[in-house]
Design a protein around this ligand. Structure first.
Ligand SMILES: [Zn+2]
Length: 373
């Protein structure tokens, strides 16, 4: 990947790196002592086979065997779930090069993103680079930028209608994947930008993957179904799948960062540097949720262990539950709060309250507190 062509100057992380250094050392030691591997975990390969087999099975049932409306709705809902699972549990690790030590395996697994309608090339820039490097830094992290439709950070401008955002954003979350399929990737390629960040337009192999990926997706989502079914049922099932994916993806990716106890610190104006070290920042602005729910951990690709994901994005998510014990202890030793929500519902409720606070006219007290977190 080419050098990062930001507008303006890159944000630097200053501050004491003792936590960062010690945490890295402890995690290294864990892998040495346990003999476990940080990538190429057999359970990850098994999980990939299960999810892809489920995808194939449900897709065949829906396209070729569904007769009644209730069957089409049930199978579409199941397919939405499985496709979201491909995004969370396969492509996400691969995009971070956390799936395998072999780059070609990461590249192939990351292409599952192209098959489900997104571009693995754009995802790498938007998520792996801009979100992970600058998480919750307003103006740099594009995941907290809702393009004028809502306010997630106290440093973003408020519009009058945001006072209802804790209601209407849930509906917009449902439309997110539809917008992504139809608009976002194409806009990024045409403009060469993701939000305020400039990105190099894909060339050579990246461009071939992007074009073939879009063609493959259109064939899977519309081409094959339209060959056997009328257009209205095809569009109806597609809508169910993308709305479900949009809600699931928004919930999984918003709950760790856009809640009451997170933080939205800004870099110093002149030096463009943060007061904290990189790892301290990641730990401060990222909350885990429902980590004692093994079904959620399996399905979400460990994204409920989000703190561990942000601290160790290149380690396969199969290892997160074990890493969380090390991170929790290190946080205790360095007097860093290990922020988390015990359940998914508690995290959803907190996201709802955070949206309500950010939509209010003068949430100064909260905003100041969050801004300096
Ligand atoms: Zn990630």
């Amino acid at each position: 990947m080419a050098d990062n062509p930001f507008y303006g100057i890159k944000v630097k992380f200053n501050g004491d790196k003792k936590f960062q250094t010690e945490l890295l050392h402890r995690v290294d030691q864990y892998f040495k002592d346990s003999g476990r591997s940080s990538k190429d975990n057999p359970l990850m390969y098994l999980k990939t086979c299960i999810i892809l087999a489920l995808f194939t099975g449900v897709y065949i049932l829906l396209v070729f065997y569904a007769v009644h409306m209730w069957q089409a709705i049930t199978l579409s809902m199941a397919l939405g779930f499985v496709v979201a699972g491909i995004g969370f549990a396969i492509q996400h690790d691969a995009s971070h090069n956390a799936y395998s030590r072999h780059m070609w395996i990461n590249k192939i697994m990351a292409m599952t993103m192209d098959l489900i309608g997104g571009s693995s090339y754009i995802w790498k820039w938007k998520h792996v680079i801009f979100h992970h490097r600058y998480v919750n830094i307003t103006g740099y992290d594009m995941d907290i930028d809702l393009g004028g439709m809502g306010r997630l950070s106290p440093h973003q401008k408020r519009r009058k209608f945001f006072r209802w955002q804790h209601f209407y954003l849930w509906i917009l979350y449902g439309l997110l994947v539809l917008k992504w399929h139809m608009f976002d990737d194409f806009k990024s390629i045409i403009t060469g930008k993701i939000g305020v960040h400039r990105i190099p337009r894909p060339k050579g192999r990246d461009l071939v993957i992007l074009i073939l990926g879009k063609l493959a997706f259109i064939t899977i989502a519309f081409g094959i179904p339209l060959f056997f079914r009328p257009i209205i049922p095809v569009l109806f099932c597609y809508t169910i799948i993308v709305v479900e994916m949009g809600i699931l993806m928004s919930i999984i990716f918003q709950l760790p960062h856009c809640v009451e106890n997170s933080g939205f610190p800004l870099p110093e104006k002149e030096s463009r540097s943060m007061k904290t070290a990189w790892a301290n920042h990641q730990a401060n602005v990222t909350l885990n949720f429902a980590t004692r729910n093994p079904v959620l951990t399996w399905f979400s690709g460990g994204l409920n262990f989000h703190k561990e994901h942000h601290l160790f994005p290149t380690i396969c998510h199969i290892n997160y539950p074990a890493l969380s014990k090390i991170v929790r202890k290190a946080c205790r030793d360095f007097k860093i709060e290990y922020k988390e929500h015990s359940s998914g519902w508690a995290a959803i409720a907190s996201h709802y309250r955070w949206l309500r606070i950010m939509g209010r006219k003068n949430p100064r007290k909260t905003a100041t507190r969050q801004g300096s977190a």
